[in-house]
Design a protein around this ligand. Structure first.
Ligand SMILES: NC(=O)c1ccc[n+]([C@@H]2O[C@H](COP(=O)([O-])OP(=O)(O)OC[C@H]3O[C@@H](n4cnc5c(N)ncnc54)[C@H](OP(=O)(O)O)[C@@H]3O)[C@@H](O)[C@H]2O)c1
Length: 343
């Protein structure tokens, strides 16, 4: 686990302490190198006993013995470190944005585009690596890109507009000064809107001749930081390719399942989207942990039709540290294991 002592890293530590397939063998960090994970831990509750004495190491492949690497390093460190691990033969599943947009790097939501994992072969061939890098989307992207999948498949999609209210944990442990955010909303997050506009096109795209052909849609995004701790709330408006009755939109969202559900991966919720009928839901405090695998369900509410034919509106909520990061990466790794790509 690279970056195990950060906001996202500490969620991995919790999730992997009770995982049926994976065990943490080593953890890395930066300012906490040399401490034990127990001493460096700043997360909720206590560090699980079995991992408390692991020493925080520098992110050096020569010092690590493992079958798989999870990386939640900051972008700059990830850009440098992850290729070293891939070149040294490690499969790397990364939450960082450093390699997400490269044409030979899969950007995966396991329910949406598992077939894009075939890019691994292209990547290995082109780069001469024994290992590889697979990435997960930005924590904001996943909250609306996953619900877009059934809508795109069932009705066709032309345009998406999303306005986000993102929790402070999304900015990392030292992310936003408390005096800037308490009792306030900041209507700008550096670099976020470009990521959120581009990523769904790649994720929903088709793999043709060793390349992802992005889905032909446009996405406009306005990203704001809100004074909530966990859970990104997003107001989404979609323009579908045809006018669709409201009940069909709801049924399409609520009924959606993907490969992780079919093959019953341990971290896959039974249904990845929960649709609320109550007008005042979902809410970050009440619903971020939704589902039998807490934090892995995308909650959708306020589904309604827009004034223009073919438009639909809804609100989504996703746990930014679980479905938006650690949980997504663990589910992706489970898929790699099930598809025999972790040998
Ligand atoms: N927070 C979210 O909701 C979220 C969601 C999706 C993706 N992400 C992405 O996940 C990554 C981590 O985010 P975070 O929120 O967990 O950040 P964070 O709280 O700032 O944690 C950063 C982690 O990386 C380590 N680190 C920093 N610089 C390093 C270096 N040069 N070499 C090795 N390790 C280094 C830190 O170690 P020390 O503690 O020892 O200094 C810490 O463990 C980022 O790329 C972020 O964009 C975050």
């Amino acid at each position: 686990m690279l970056g195990a002592t950060g906001m996202v890293g500490q969620i991995y530590v919790q999730m992997l302490s009770r995982h049926p397939w994976f065990e943490i063998r080593a953890v890395t960090g930066n300012s906490t190198v040399g401490k034990t994970l127990g001493e460096a831990y700043r997360g909720k509750g206590h560090v699980p006993e079995k991992y408390a004495d692991l020493e925080v190491l520098p992110s050096d492949p020569a010092k690590i013995d493992a079958d798989l690497v999870f990386s939640c390093l900051p972008t700059k460190a990830a850009r440098e470190v992850e290729p070293k691990f891939a070149a040294a033969g490690f499969p790397v599943v990364s939450d960082s944005s450093a390699h997400r947009y490269l044409p030979d790097v899969p950007l995966i939501i396991p329910e949406v585009n598992p077939e894009h994992l075939d890019l691994i072969d292209v990547q290995r061939r082109r780069r001469g690596w024994d290992g590889y890098i697979v990435t997960t989307p930005n924590c904001t992207t996943v909250g609306f890109a996953l619900p877009l999948k059934p809508l795109a498949d069932d009705f066709g999609l032309k345009h998406v507009n999303v306005v986000t209210m993102q929790a402070v944990s999304g900015a990392g442990y030292n992310g936003v000064p408390s005096m800037a955010i308490l009792g306030n909303i900041i209507p700008y997050i550096e670099g976020e809107e470009a990521k959120v506009s581009e990523e769904p096109r790649k994720i929903l795209g088709k793999l043709v001749d060793s390349e992802v052909k992005p889905l032909d849609i446009t996405v406009d995004a306005t990203c704001m930081r809100a004074p909530t701790i966990v859970g990104h709330l997003e107001a989404v408006q979609v323009e579908l390719s045809r006018d669709v009755p409201l009940e069909e939109v709801v049924a399409s969202l609520a009924g959606f399942t993907g490969l992780p559900q079919k093959i019953e991966l341990p971290t896959a919720p039974r249904r990845p989207i929960r649709v609320f009928s109550e007008e005042e839901r979902p809410q970050p405090r009440l619903d971020s942990d939704a589902g039998e695998v807490p934090g892995m369900v995308i909650s959708v509410g306020r589904v309604r039709k827009g004034k223009r034919p073919g438009t639909a509106m809804f609100v989504t909520l996703s746990h930014n540290l679980i479905r938006g990061a650690a949980g997504s990466a663990i589910l992706t790794a489970e898929l790699l294991y099930a598809l025999r790509r972790l040998d």
